[in-house]
Design a protein around this ligand. Structure first.
Ligand SMILES: [Fe+2]
Length: 198
């Protein structure tokens, strides 16, 4: 529910975006590098309008020798993944190491080419990765189905929306819930306006 994360993600994906998963990526000295790639799902060319974005929080200091993230600026505009030698993180002249202190948030368009360098020093590089998608795409984790009543209870409706609780599709034989609880709809409206203007 970090405000900056919500603001940047809403800019890219619209306010109705969904949390797709929440996962840590560890990278130790025995792991290979991660070749440059793009994360946008679906056929190519990718849509120019962002349908998927990645939020990457550095849990340790990010440096090239510690196995940090690399991004190739402006590649989100190409609407395709890299191919052949373009995927070579060490020889692509446009790849930039994202060297930031622990606690930094890097949020990027799913079309953007990115990867990770080998870790050249002892220890483990660790991040918290949160991919987000527009709400017509399926999520990597079944968050909508797995979020608990307790989690929904202790957060606001903005959180419920992020966790797919306002998705229209996916009904069972009972049919869609067209008669949305008016109290809940009002709470969502308040949560959205509090976030936007509060
Ligand atoms: Fe990726």
């Amino acid at each position: 529910m970090n405000e900056r994360m919500l603001a940047l993600s809403s800019y890219l994906l619209g306010q109705s975006f969904l949390l797709s998963s929440m996962i840590c990526h560890g990278r130790g000295p025995k792991n290979a590098h991660l070749a440059l790639h793009a994360d946008t799902p679906g056929p190519q060319p990718y849509p120019a309008q962002c349908v998927m974005a990645n939020c990457n929080i550095a849990l340790v200091d990010y440096k090239k020798e510690t196995g940090c993230l690399a991004i190739v600026p402006r590649t989100h505009e190409l609407c395709r993944p890299p191919s052949g030698s373009e995927t070579d993180i060490y020889n692509n002249p446009f790849a930039q190491a994202i060297e930031v202190p622990a606690g930094s948030m890097i949020l990027y368009h799913g079309n953007a080419w990115h990867g990770a360098y080998r870790r050249e020093v002892p220890g483990v590089r660790m991040n918290l990765a949160m991919p987000f998608v527009r709400n017509h795409l399926s999520t990597q984790e079944l968050i909508r189905e797995s979020v608990t009543p307790e989690m929904l209870e202790r957060n606001n409706e903005r959180f419920a929306m992020l966790c797919g609780q306002y998705l229209f599709n996916g009904w069972r034989k009972e049919g869609p819930d067209l008669g949305r609880d008016p109290a809940r709809a009002a709470a969502l409206g308040k949560a959205m306006s509090d976030w936007r203007f509060g």
